[in-house]
Design a protein around this ligand. Structure first.
Ligand code: UTP
Length: 291
């Protein structure tokens, strides 16, 4: 098994659930307290030993590229003014020079299509995929949990999480042959099962460790659900050969691609920041009282 040093961040989606905000601000740049969603994803990748960061972007997402550019004049100005804490935070958010690359997805043909564009940048080694709108709160970062485990296997690995029965039909759901600890040996994957037909309670979450064979499977695919090239279909096509494991990570996931999940994450992350103590203890209806 080769080490996992590269991660793909598909960030070319339209983000329609956050319109009109996402008319001009990429969804991945929405701040969770004081860091954009993409920063949480990159920090999680760094904690898992990732050294190369491959972003699949689209037109209108130049803010993302700008975000990862260094700003020497701003850094100098903060240093001159002795704003050491802010300077530290700014420098901690940076990516090492030459470690990031940006690839354009010209049309939003689906998550699978976005990942397929990373083929040359990834090469012939296993790699991680992180969807930045899934933010995961965990003692050991979720991708690090998976990479530790994936180091002992040559199979694809996808993150899974137990989901409420009534929500299963909006997830990809795994069909589990058997489980050992967090690892689930899978015999099937079902995209958005009709109510009452899900093969398990475990939904797929936006973290993957994939073998390079997935690129061949993606090339063979025709559009699936919603007319898009689905990553799940490509992984499922390798079930009988490479094999696929689920990994029921330890942590809490927030669906920051939805307004509700994003707000839940904002409250949860704020409650963990001592300097924001009490912010969310205000009585409901405050806006009306002010008016
Ligand atoms: P979503 O299903 O959340 O779609 O994509 P979206 O367009 O980002 O958001 P909504 O549903 O319109 O609100 C899941 C992930 O796949 C990426 C997205 O950027 C997100 O990280 N994606 C999706 C692409 O990179 N390209 C695509 O063509 C589709």
């Amino acid at each position: 098994m080769k080490p996992i040093r590269k991660a793909v961040f598909p960030v070319a989606g339209l983000g329609t659930r956050f319109l009109p905000a996402t008319k001009s601000v990429p969804k991945e740049m929405l701040p969770l307290i004081d860091k954009p969603l993409i920063q949480y994803a990159v920090d999680e990748a760094k904690a898992a030993g990732i050294e190369e960061f491959i972003f699949i972007t689209s037109s209108g997402k130049s803010a993302l590229e700008n975000y990862f550019s260094s700003m020497p004049a701003l850094e100098q100005s903060l240093a001159d003014k002795g704003k050491v804490d802010i300077l530290d935070a700014l420098q901690a958010s940076a990516l090492p020079g030459g470690s990031a690359c940006f690839i354009r997805q010209d049309q939003p043909l689906g998550l699978g299509h976005a990942v397929s564009l990373a083929r040359n940048a990834v090469g012939d080694a296993p790699f991680a995929v992180i969807l930045p709108d899934d933010v995961i709160w965990a003692n050991t970062p979720a991708l690090a949990q998976m990479v530790d485990c994936a180091a002992h296997t040559d199979r694809h690995m996808i993150a899974t999480q137990a989901v409420a029965e009534e929500s299963l039909s909006s997830y990809g759901v795994v069909d589990i042959a058997r489980s050992a600890g967090a690892v689930q040996k899978l015999r099937g994957l079902v995209e958005k099962p009709a109510a009452g037909t899900a093969p398990s309670r475990y939904g797929i979450v936006g973290r993957y460790v994939l073998q390079p064979s997935v690129f061949d499977r993606l090339d063979e695919l025709t559009p699936g659900a919603g007319g898009e090239i689905q990553l799940t279909d490509a992984i499922a096509a390798d079930l009988g050969s490479v094999g696929v494991d689920g990994y029921a990570f330890d942590g809490r996931r927030f669906d920051c691609g939805s307004v509700r999940g994003y707000l839940e994450a904002t409250v949860a992350f704020a409650q963990d920041r001592p300097e924001l103590d009490g912010v969310f203890d205000t009585p409901s209806g405050l806006l009306h009282k002010v008016a």
